[in-house]
Design a protein around this ligand. Structure first.
Ligand SMILES: [Fe+2]
Length: 274
């Protein structure tokens, strides 16, 4: 069944050498940024999964912070904190935030229930690891610095080489893609899609011996020129990352932003995917 945890399906469970349960399919969500319409579209389109990992920036920018926190908690229990999650809780000051982001943080802080604010404050700093996937780690920005943006090949060099895990899943840049390195080369890949408005998938097989940084893209505010909500699924048995893009009710998300009197730019940029 699409978008459902499949933990209860014993036929699909896999055990490692120590007879510990290993997740086979991991749903990867990042940078939802309070966009409930985009989150629901991703969950409806997602294949069955064994574990769901949220790479942070659950809130900020769009107009449904409480609903997105609560839905995210229903979907999975593995999280790392993002810079917007920290900012709304007052864990960091806002000096590095531009005026639009600052306005969204302050609005979001006002909207969140005490319980949801406390929950966001309790989110762990990455890297985090999960049982059964010893070669993988999960971060918001970079395994070296949780707030660092890994955009270019140059940015990717240190995080690829300076950490023990061969496979790092990260977010923060809102750019879907992969950095891959062996001993002599470091390349970047972005999934190729055929349309700009339909639901699509793009598979990226991982090779043994290489090190990877994998970004599932942003659910709620993509910035790679594609307005569709982004997420990914990692199949640890097949060693394939499947990147996904799904259309969502853009107008509804925009209308909510405007009705909340958040900056207009936060609504218009969703249509451009920038
Ligand atoms: Fe973000």
């Amino acid at each position: 069944m699409p978008g459902q945890p499949r933990r209860a399906s014993t036929a699909l469970e896999v055990y490692n050498r120590d007879f510990a349960w290993c997740p086979v399919r991991v749903l990867l969500l990042s940078d939802i940024h309070s966009n409930l319409e985009a989150l629901e579209a991703c969950l409806a389109a997602a294949p069955a999964y064994d574990a769901a990992v949220n790479l942070g920036d659950i809130v900020g920018y769009a107009a449904n912070p409480n609903e997105v926190v609560e839905r995210s908690r229903q979907v999975g229990n593995i999280f790392v904190r993002g810079n917007h999650d920290k900012a709304v809780c007052g864990l960091i000051d806002l000096k590095d935030f531009n005026p639009v982001a600052t306005e969204a943080v302050l609005w979001t802080r006002e909207q969140l229930t005490t319980e949801n604010l406390d929950w966001l404050r309790s989110l762990p700093q990455g890297p985090v690891q999960i049982d059964g996937l010893s070669d993988a780690q999960f971060v918001h920005g970079s395994p070296v610095d949780e707030d660092e943006y890994v955009v270019t090949v140059r940015d990717a060099l240190e995080p690829l080489m300076a950490t023990p895990a061969a496979l790092t899943f990260f977010g923060h840049t809102h750019l879907q893609g992969v950095f891959a390195a062996d001993h002599t080369h470091l390349d970047v890949f972005h999934p190729a899609y055929k349309t700009v408005g339909k639901s699509e998938r793009s598979e990226f097989p991982l090779q043994n011996g290489l090190r990877y940084l994998v970004n599932p893209g942003s659910v709620g505010q993509p910035r790679d020129g594609d307005w569709r909500a982004a997420f990914a699924v990692f199949d640890s048995e097949e060693r394939i990352v499947t990147f996904c893009r799904v259309p969502y009710n853009l107008k509804s998300a925009q209308d909510r932003i405007l009705a909340a009197k958040l900056p207009q730019r936060l609504a218009t940029r969703l249509a451009a995917g920038r």
